[in-house]
Design a protein around this ligand. Structure first.
Ligand code: OGA
Ligand code: MN
Length: 207
């Protein structure tokens, strides 16, 4: 025997993933933790630390902007303190749990902050499109403020295969909401936003 503790939140996520290939966890972080992460993102954004996102090695700005319009800042776990440390500590706890209970073999991870300015979007895609077959789970945590409204746009739409049909699931980027889904299986998109939309997005990867 050891001190392994069942975690109801993680169990819910694991169940959801096995049954529907995605999970929505609204309390992965506490409200004060979300506020802390949000404040840090805004600070880094104001310091001009973000860069236009890339798509593979595509260098044409018009083509890029027609696919995705977000600005991102990659996080370095080894340099992390404060908000980023809090984030990685929780992710590592989750990864440890996954590897113990599901044998997913998560060995690596990568995360970035993201800001979608007004009018931007990310067209339908698969997160393994850059041939990154090591990406196993996609994790998006929204850092919008608590007054985010459905009509601000920016829904994450996930496309599920139902036999020969397809079902679109629209997910509102509510403050603190964490969406986790199978990177290799689910195409998805970010609908155009009418208000700046903030998040931390990343991937858990196999070897
Ligand atoms: C991505 C992505 C979804 C979201 O960055 O690859 O699909 O809701 N993000 O921000
Ligand atoms: Mn994606």
């Amino acid at each position: 025997m050891d001190d392994f503790q069942l975690n109801p939140l993680y169990e819910q996520v694991i169940n959801d993933l096995s049954q529907q290939q995605y999970s929505i966890a609204d309390h992965f972080f506490a409200a004060d933790e979300v506020a802390f992460l949000r404040k840090r993102l805004l600070q880094l954004y104001e310091e001009d630390q973000f860069k236009k996102s890339a798509i593979g090695n595509l260098s044409n700005e018009h083509v890029r902007a027609a696919v995705r319009g977000d600005f991102i800042l990659w996080l370095d776990e080894n340099q992390s303190e404060g908000a980023e440390k809090l984030y990685f500590d929780r992710i590592n706890d989750f990864v440890y749990y996954l590897n113990r209970t599901c044998y997913l073999g998560i060995q690596d991870k990568e995360f970035h902050y993201a800001v979608y300015p007004e009018g931007t979007f990310y067209k339908r895609h698969l997160d393994t499109f850059q041939n990154d077959t090591r990406r196993k789970l996609s994790m998006v945590c929204y850092l919008n403020d608590e007054n985010w409204e459905a009509d601000f746009g920016g829904e994450l739409t996930i496309y599920l295969k139902k036999g020969n049909e397809e079902e679109a699931v629209n997910i509102i980027p509510k403050s603190g909401r964490m969406v986790i889904f199978e990177s290799q299986l689910l195409e998805h998109e970010v609908k155009p936003v009418k208000q700046p939309r903030l998040s931390i997005t990343g991937w858990l990867k196999t070897r």
